[in-house]
Design a protein around this ligand. Structure first.
Ligand code: FES
Ligand code: FE
Length: 458
C-alpha cells in the first residue's frame, strides 16, 4: 500500500541490507520503516557495527578525581571499567577475566589499585596488566605473560572538556575529527570557563522498554514534540515560558557523522535575560569567551544550544527552569546515554553537571531544577519515556510488519541558512526533521559497514 514489499523470511544479512535500502528510499520519500525501531537482527547489527566502532561516552573526568578511582560502564553490550591510574591516565578495560571470563569488578564505582577476579583469583593492576594468580607455580609453572594476559583495553580513549569517550576500534578518526563541527559546539557549550564542569552527583539510571534510538533521535532534533508532550511543564509554571509552537523558535545545527543540536531563541521567546541560557549576569561575567569566534558568541546571545546528540548514543540538554514553580529559573546541564540492553529495551543514564566555578548555591538550585525536569522521576523525563515505549511496541506489531506500515518523516522542508558562517549547516527552524534524517543516514552508513573492517570514518 505504500510501495513497500512485505518482509519475508530472509537471511539475516540480506534482511539488514534490505532494511538499509528501505530506510534510504524511505527517507528520500519522507517515511521510515517501523522495524528499524525494534528487531533482534537490527540490534545485533548495531552492536557489531556501531558500538564496536564508534566513539562512545563512558564517564566524566570529575567522576574519577583521585588516582585509583574507577566506575563501571558499558560500550554497547561490553561491560567496561573506567580507571584512573597514578600517572593520571584514564583506561577503559573490558570487565572480563582472561582466565574464564568472569567480571573482575562487581562494583558501580570505587577506588582500587587492583582488581581480583572472584572466581579463581587472577589479579590485574588498574591499568589492566596481569599481576599474578593464586598457586602460580603449582598451577602454571611459569607466570602468564603480564602484557598478553592483561585485561583487554579499549585501544583508544580520549577526553574533551572532561567527557571521556572510548572507541573499541583501532581504526578511524580521532575524537576531534569524529566530532567535527560538533566539537565547535562543545567549545560553545562546555568550554566557557578554564575550571571546567563538574558532575554534581553519581549518574542515575533506569530501564525503559524503548529502543535506544528513540531517545537519541528525539534529542537530535525533535523540538516538535515539546509543545504537546511537555505542555504540562507550561501549565505547572515549571517552564520559563509557553512551550507550544516552539519549532519556529528553535534553530537546527546539523553536523557531519550524524551529530546535531537544537538551539532555542530564548531572548526572543522568554525575554532578553535569557541570553546565555539565562545564567545570571554575575556568573555570565566570569565566563572566559576569548576562545569563541563571532558566530559562537552571536549564537550564545540569540539562540543558545539546548539539546543535541552525538552519534550514536550521547545526548545533551541545557535549559532554564525553576527549581520550584514561581522561582527564578536556573540553567541546568544534563548529559545522558541511551544504553542499549536488548532489542527494544534501553537503560537511560543521566548525569547533571555545572560549571565548577559557580557558587554552591547556584549548583544546588540548578541540580534541583534539572531533577524536576530530567531526573528519574522528572516531569519531562516521564513525559518522554512512556511515549517512546509505544514506538517499540508499534515496531513489534504483527500488523505493522505484515503491511510494512511506515512512519511519517515528511515535515515541510526549508533550505539551510545561506549566510551561515559556522561549521555544518544551520536552519532557522527545526521543522523539517532534517536532523533526525542526519542521524538515520549515519546509522545506515555504519550498519552497511561501508568503511569495512573495524574502521569507522566520517
Ligand atoms: Fe577469573 Fe578464573 S575466571 S580467575
Ligand atoms: Fe522531550
Amino acid at each position: 500500500m505504500y510501495g513497500y514489499k512485505p518482509i519475508t523470511l530472509q537471511s539475516e544479512a540480506s534482511y539488514i541490507e534490505n532494511l538499509c535500502d528501505r530506510i534510504e528510499a524511505s527517507l528520500d520519500a519522507g517515511y521510515m520503516p517501523v522495524d528499524a525501531f525494534q528487531d533482534d537482527r537490527v540490534f545485533r547489527a548495531e552492536m557489531e557495527r556501531i558500538f564496536t566502532r564508534s566513539w562512545v561516552f563512558v564517564a566524566h573526568e570529575t567522576e574519577l578525581p583521585r588516582s585509583g578511582d574507577f566506575v563501571s560502564r558499558r560500550i554497547g553490550l561490553d561491560q567496561v571499567i573506567v580507571t584512573r591510574t597514578s600517572d593520571g591516565a584514564f583506561n577503559v578495560l573490558l570487565n572480563h577475566c582472561r582466565h574464564r571470563g568472569t567480571p573482575v569488578c562487581m562494583e558501580d564505582a570505587g577506588n582500587s589499585t587492583h582488581f581480583r577476579c572472584p572466581y579463581h583469583g587472577w589479579t590485574y593492576k588498574n591499568n589492566g596488566d596481569f599481576v599474578g594468580a593464586p598457586e602460580l607455580s603449582m598451577a602454571y609453572g611459569e607466570r602468564p605473560d603480564r602484557k598478553i594476559w592483561g585485561l583487554i583495553r579499549a585501544p583508544r580513549v580520549e577526553s574533551v572538556y572532561g567527557f571521556i569517550f572510548a572507541c573499541l576500534s583501532e581504526d578511524g578518526p580521532d575524537l576531534k575529527a569524529y566530532l567535527g563541527g560538533a566539537g565547535w559546539m562543545f567549545d560553545a557549550i562546555f568550554g566557557l570557563h578554564p575550571d571546567g564542569l563538574r558532575v554534581l552527583a553519581p549518574p542515575e539510571r533506569f530501564i525503559i522498554r524503548a529502543d535506544w534510538k528513540s531517545g537519541a533521535e528525539n534529542f537530535s532534533g525533535d523540538s516538535y514534540h515539546v509543545g504537546t508532550a511537555h505542555y504540562s511543564a507550561t501549565l505547572s509554571g515549571f517552564a520559563a515560558g509557553d512551550l507550544r509552537n516552539n519549532g519556529d523558535k528553535a534553530d537546527g545545527f546539523l553536523f557531519e557523522n550524524g551529530h546535531s543540536f537544537i538551539g532555542h531563541r530564548f531572548p526572543e521567546w522568554f525575554g532578553p535575560e535569557f541570553e546565555f541560557w539565562g545564567y545570571p549576569p554575575e556568573l555570565r561575567e566570569q565566563f572566559d569567551l576569548s576562545r569563541l569566534d563571532d558566530v559562537q558568541l552571536h549564537m550564545l546571545k540569540t539562540v543558545p544550544p539546548t539539546i543535541g546528540t552525538i552519534f550514536p548514543n550521547f545526548s545533551f540538554v541545557r535549559f532554564p527552569s525553576a527549581a520550584s514553580p514561581g522561582e527564578a529559573p536556573s540553567a541546568y546541564t544534563d548529559v545522558r546515554v541511551w544504553q542499549p540492553l536488548e532489542p527494544g529495551v534501553m537503560e537511560m543514564w543521566h548525569w547533571q553537571l555545572e560549571y565548577a566555578f559557580m557558587p554552591e548555591e547556584y549548583q544546588r538550585t540548578s541540580y534541583i531544577a534539572g531533577q524536576f525536569g530530567f531526573g528519574a522521576g522528572g516531569m519531562i523525563e516521564e513525559d518522554d519515556t512512556v511515549l517512546w515505549e509505544g514506538i517499540a511496541r508499534f515496531a513489534r506489531s504483527p500488523l505493522a510488519r505484515r503491511d510494512a506500515i511506515p512512519l511519517h518523516y515528511k515535515q515541510k522542508r526549508s533550505d539551510p541558512d545561506p549566510d551561515w558562517k559556522g561549521p555544518g549547516q544551520h536552519f532557522t527552524t527545526t521543522y523539517g526533521e532534517y536532523m533526525q534524517e542526519g542521524f538515520w543516514r549515519r546509522w545506515v552508513k555504519d550498519i552497511r559497514g561501508a568503511d569495512g573492517g573495524g574502521s569507522h570514518n566520517g
